[in-house]
Design a protein around this ligand. Structure first.
Ligand code: VGL
Length: 179
């Protein structure tokens, strides 16, 4: 079984959002194009309370039940089987989709007999990175869809470094036209 993980394609990480990755919304058509070819599609949401230690490090973003926390309006949500929520506590960063609190993602994927996980979304250098590294650690054959991710790049080459880290950990980079 092959699953697609869509990480945090939320308004606050797209152009105009409070923590926008440059061109974040450009992942949307790519994800919409490939989603129907997967057996299972999981989307994560950064889902923070109004007050959290996470906002000592970052501007307040993806606050539960706000516009900024909604999926980008062009993301085709009918393709999504499960939404997992992370960063829901008052101290956790919740970078990885595997830290979701409403679904134990690794157990869930294993129950569904998923062996291969394709990671897409925002941001390459934080939540995509953490999710992809956790996917490898949890035993999934992990692909990162290079044209379906965008980075925040606090430092200019953070995304480049993240790609290298993911590859070093055992992730395979693919482009959407090969899926
Ligand atoms: C993220 C920075 C802070 C992400 C979340 O979704 O990658 N980045 N919080």
């Amino acid at each position: 079984m092959r699953a697609l993980l869509i990480v945090d394609v939320q308004n606050d990480f797209c152009t105009g959002g409070v923590l926008a990755a440059k061109g974040g919304e450009e992942v949307v058509p790519v994800i919409n194009k490939i989603a129907s070819s997967f057996d299972l599609v999981i989307a994560s949401k950064d889902w923070h309370p109004e007050k959290t230690a996470h906002f000592d490090k970052w501007p307040a973003h993806c606050v539960q039940n706000t516009k900024g926390a909604e999926f980008h309006p062009d993301l085709q949500t009918e393709n999504i089987d499960v939404v997992v929520l992370k960063g829901t506590g008052i101290i956790d960063d919740g970078y990885s989709a595997f830290e979701a609190t409403n679904v134990k993602l690794a157990d869930f994927l294993k129950e569904k007999r998923v062996t291969e996980l394709y990671v897409t979304g925002i941001a390459t250098d934080y939540c995509v990175l953490s999710s992809a590294l956790d996917a490898v650690k949890s035993g999934f054959v992990t692909y990162v869809v290079e044209d379906a991710i965008r980075g925040v790049n606090v430092e200019e080459n953070d995304s480049e470094k993240a790609l290298k880290q993911m590859q070093d950990a055992g992730c395979t980079l693919v482009t959407s036209n090969k899926i």
